[in-house]
Design a protein around this ligand. Structure first.
Ligand code: AMP
Ligand code: GLY
Length: 431
């Protein structure tokens, strides 16, 4: 079977590497991919938002399965486009239809869904420009810090944690009255602040049955000790120590089962990944957010821990027989460290030569923002997040030590990485 994977980050490199191990795959195409993905398939310069262009490519190349890496194409309705086109109807799309993708595309939609189906989440209120006053009243009923979220997709920047009432009031007015986040902020969700420790749980579903993938924790802030600006993610580890059997049982019973049942009850078809961002509050799981795709850099630790044939699991999703498939997980720990360009997540330089990749041992180096030099003699940086170095270990410490030792072998001008990935969890393990 020929497969088209949409995306170009570390997540897509992790998918491409895994997909290519399946005996079910003939040709893999990645649009547009990066230097890493081309080891596993053919990078193609398709615009993931131009569905007509994708259609022409899919037909010309006899593609039978399309995998959406990021949320934007799903929220824009790529799956619906395929279903509604008689030439594409029978082609598998991994990733939910537009209506279901609203679980990520609209915080208000996700909150209503969770309330309707009794899924534990922070108390909230949705506010519109005309109801700003109600927003201020609601804020007064909460204790600081205050959580303010633009409703729509805002490139990971739409969540603000405000320390004071005055700051929250000012942000509310900036978003609702002065379009701080453009259309994404035409409504705002104000939430109670949940104090606890975060982790993510990933599920694949055919819409009725589901399989739970390994847990992961990512490190979102640019600075050590979780300080500074939010990024796409500076590293991740899997599994998460405090997510023991008892906690995961609660997650399944209180969150995963009601989520799948809620989709069925609401007649929302869902075929793909559900990434559930959770807060563990004194041993109780609360949903912080749903994403309708895999995480990045979580994929760089979760995907390599899946031993089963991922394409077979995708077929289970498509053919609604996921319950008949088995999923085998590598028991070892995995850790990934993101190497980023200095300045990220703000302004940074591109085009810096990367050296030392050949010296890396016992690690997988996933490419994120990389490009070949014009004469193909060097690999250059081409993004804020450049490479993710993943290692395995019998303990978390072993995985982290191997990853960090190899991080030091790779150089590029302006290389920056956090030195404390996973450190907060080391005490949970027998290390
Ligand atoms: P989100 O984009 O919804 O995942 O939010 C980004 C980050 O903001 C999360 O990863 C949390 O660290 C934090 N956050 C979001 N909602 C809450 C909340 N209700 N309480 C505490 N922290 C939150
Ligand atoms: N690492 C967070 C995300 O993929 O949304």
């Amino acid at each position: 079977m020929n497969i088209l994977l949409l995306g170009s980050g570390g997540r897509e490199h992790a998918f491409a590497r895994k997909i290519k191990t399946s005996l079910k795959v003939d040709q893999l195409f990645i649009a547009h991919g990066n230097v890493g993905t081309k080891n596993y398939g053919i990078n193609v310069a398709l615009n993931p938002f131009n569905f007509d262009e994708i259609k022409r490519f899919v037909i010309a190349n006899n593609i039978k399965m399309v995998i959406a890496g990021s949320e934007e194409t799903l929220v824009k309705g790529i799956h619906d486009y395929f279903i509604n086109d008689k030439e594409l109807r029978n082609i598998v799309v991994i990733g939910p239809e537009k209506k279901a993708a609203m679980l990520e595309g609209s915080k208000d939609f996700a909150k209503s869904f969770m309330n309707r189906h009794n899924i534990p989440t922070a108390k909230h209120k949705t506010i519109y420009p005309e109801s700003l006053q109600n927003g201020l009243e609601f804020l007064k009923s909460l204790t600081p810090p205050y959580v303010i979220k633009a409703d729509g997709l805002a490139a990971g920047k739409g969540v603000l944690i405000c320390k004071t009432f005055e700051e929250a009031e000012s942000e509310l007015s900036q978003i609702l009255l002065h379009s701080k986040f453009g259309d994404a902020g035409c409504k705002v969700v104000i939430e109670e602040f949940l104090k606890g420790i975060e982790l993510s749980v990933f599920v694949i579903t055919d819409g009725v049955s589901y399989k739970i993938l390994p847990t992961a924790k990512d490190y979102k802030r640019i600075g050590e000790g979780d300080t500074g600006l939010n990024t796409g993610g500076m590293g991740a580890i899997s599994p998460v120590s405090f997510a023991n059997e008892a906690f995961l049982e609660k997650v399944e019973k209180k969150i995963i089962i009601p989520t799948i049942k809620g989709l069925v009850d609401d007649q929302i078809s869902y075929k793909g990944f559900i990434f559930i961002g959770l807060m563990n509050v004194n041993g109780e799981p609360y949903v912080i957010e749903y994403n309708v795709r895999m995480g990045d850099p979580e994929s760089e630790v979760v995907i390599p821990r899946i031993k089963s044939d991922i394409v077979e699991l995708f077929e289970g999703i498509a053919n609604s027989n996921l319950k008949d498939k088995t999923i085998e997980i590598d028991e070892r720990f995995a850790a990934t460290i993101m190497l980023v360009s200095s300045g990220y997540p703000e302004e940074y330089k591109k085009g810096k030569e990367i050296s030392g990749l050949n010296n890396v041992k016992d690690c997988i180096v996933y490419h994120a923002g990389t490009i070949d030099s014009e004469n193909n003699t060097a690999i250059l940086t081409n993004g804020g997040r450049v490479l993710a170095v993943t290692a395995f270990g019998e303990t978390l410490k072993e995985a982290l030590d191997t990853a960090y030792c190899n991080v030091d072998k790779i150089s590029f001008d302006g290389k920056y990485y956090r030195k404390d990935i996973g450190k907060d969890l080391l005490n949970y393990y027998d290390v």
